[in-house]
Design a protein around this ligand. Structure first.
Ligand code: GDP
Length: 361
C-alpha cells in the first residue's frame, strides 16, 4: 500500500507526532493478522459518513479506509554525501510515496534546536537541500546512459528534455513537486528516475498553542511552502488528545477552538496527496470505506473488494451518500425514488458513491 514518510530535523516533534498517530491506531482489530513494522503507523481515514450509515443500516461494524505513515528517523544534514546512515535515510525516503515534513515553529528553551535557533524556513531549506542534492546525483548518474540511449533510438528526445529541465529546476534549489504544481514540469514524465522531490510534500508545522491562534503567522508559513499543503498542529496537544476517549477529546478540541484534530487533518490531506479516494458499501454485515485511486473505473473498484470481481464485473448499482441518507438508508426506497443508478464498466467512481457490484461469478 502507499505510504507517507515522516521526516524532519531532530527535536522538532516527529516522534511525538508519530506516537500520537499510532496510538490512534484502531486498525489492529480489523487486520488482526497483519504484521505491522514498529516504525509504521496505519491510521484510519476520518469519515463522518460512516457512523451515520452504520446507524441507518443497523450495523455495529465500521471499517474505515486507512493511511500509512512511516517514521523515517536518521540524519538529515549531509545525507546526500553520506555513506551508511545517510544512504539508509535516503533509501527509506525513496520507498515512501509522499513526504510529510515536520517543521518546528514552537519555541522552548529547554529543547535544543540542532541549528541553534527556531527558524522554519531555514529548517525546510536544510532538509530539502539534501533531497535536491540527492536527486541531482540521480540525474547526473542517469544522463550518460540516457544520451547513449537517445543516440541508439531507445528513448525519446522529449524524455531527455524533461530530465534536463528537472536538472535545471533542482539546480535552482526548487523541488520537482513544487515546480510540477506550478505547471513548470510534469512529474509523471520523470517517473523512471524515482526522484525524491517529485513525491508530493506535506508540511506539518509544529506550533505551540499561542501560535496556533496566530492567523498571520500561519499564513506566512503556508505561503512559504505553497502550493504544497500545510498543516498546523501542536504535537504534544495531539498526543494528549489521543489519551482521551472520544467525548473528552471532542470537548478538549472545542475548548481549544479547533474543529478537527491535527492528526485527522494530516490523515485526510495525506490520503488526498497520495491520489486516493474512497467508495462506500453499507449493509448489515458492515459499513466500509474502500480505498481506490482517483479516476478508477467501476470494475477496478470491484477488484478491490475481491480480485475475481474485476473480471466478473457486470454492473454496479450506485447511490450517492446524500440520496441514501435522504431515503433513511433503505435501498427499496432509493429504488422507488429512482435514485439507484446502474453503471457499466466505463463508469468512473465518484467520492461518496455507495455501491453494490453485480458480478457474473
Ligand atoms: P524528534 O526528534 O523530531 O522525534 O522530536 P521529539 O518528538 O522527540 O520531540 C523533542 C522534544 O520536543 C520532546 O521533549 C518533546 O516533548 C518536545 N515537543 C514535541 N512537540 C512539542 C510541542 O509542540 N511543543 C513543545 N513545547 N515541545 C514539544
Amino acid at each position: 500500500s502507499l505510504t507517507i514518510g515522516i521526516v524532519g530535523l531532530p527535536n522538532v516533534g516527529k516522534s511525538t507526532l508519530f506516537n500520537a498517530l499510532t496510538r490512534n491506531n484502531v486498525l489492529a482489530e480489523n487486520y488482526p493478522f497483519a504484521t505491522i513494522e514498529p516504525n509504521t503507523g496505519i491510521v484510519p481515514l476520518p469519515d463522518d459518513r460512516l457512523p451515520v450509515l452504520a446507524k441507518l443500516v443497523h450495523t455495529d461494524r465500521i471499517v474505515p479506509a486507512t493511511v500509512t505513515f512511516v517514521d523515517i528517523a536518521g540524519i538529515v544534514k549531509g545525507a546526500s554525501e553520506g555513506e551508511g546512515l545517510g544512504n539508509q535515510f535516503l533509501a527509506n525516503i525513496r520507498e515512501a510515496d509522499a513526504i510529510c515534513e515536520v517543521v518546528r515553529a514552537f519555541k522552548d528553551d529547554d529543547i535544543v534546536h540542532v541549528n541553534g535557533k527556531v527558524d522554519p524556513a531555514d529548517d525546510i531549506d536544510t532538509i530539502n537541500t539534501e533531497l535536491i542534492l540527492a536527486d541531482m546525483q540521480t540525474i547526473e548518474k542517469a544522463l550518460p546512459k540516457l544520451e547513449k540511449d537517445l543516440r541508439g533510438g531507445k528513448v525519446e528526445s522529449s524524455y531527455l528534455d524533461a530530465v534536463k529541465k528537472a536538472q535545471e529546476i533542482l539546480g535552482q534549489g526548487e523541488t520537482i513537486d513544487h515546480a510540477a504544481q506550478d505547471g513548470k514540469i510534469d512529474a509523471d514524465d520523470l517517473y523512471d528516475l524515482h526522484l525524491m522531490t517529485a513525491k508530493p510534500f506535506i508540511y506539518v508545522f509544529n506550533l505551540d498553542d499561542g501560535e496556533l491562534q496566530d492567523q498571520e503567522l500561519k499564513r506566512r508559513l503556508s505561503d512559504s511552502v505553497a502550493p504544497a499543503r500545510s498543516i498546523f498542529l501542536n504535537a504534544e496537544f495531539e498526543a494528549e488528545l489521543t489519551d482521551l476517549d472520544e467525548a473528552d477529546a471532542r470537548e478538549m478540541l472545542t475548548d481549544a477552538g479547533l474543529k478537527e484534530s491535527g492528526l485527522d487533518q494530516l490523515a485526510r490531506v495525506g490520503f488526498d496527496v497520495l491520489g486516493l479516494q474512497t467508495f462506500l458499501t453499507a449493509g448489515v454485515k458492515e459499513v466500509r470505506a474502500w480505498q481506490i485511486h482517483k479516476g478508477w473505473t467501476a470494475p477496478q473498484a470491484a477488484g478491490v473488494i475481491h480480485t475475481d470481481f474485476e473480471k466478473g464485473f457486470v454492473k454496479a448499482e450506485v447511490v450517492s451518500y446524500d440520496d441514501f441518507v435522504a431515503a433513511d438508508g433503505s435501498y427499496a426506497k432509493v429504488r422507488e425514488e429512482g435514485k439507484m443508478r446502474l453503471e457499466g464498466k466505463d463508469y468512473v467512481m465518484q467520492d461518496g458513491d455507495i455501491v453494490e457490484f453485480k458480478t457474473g461469478i
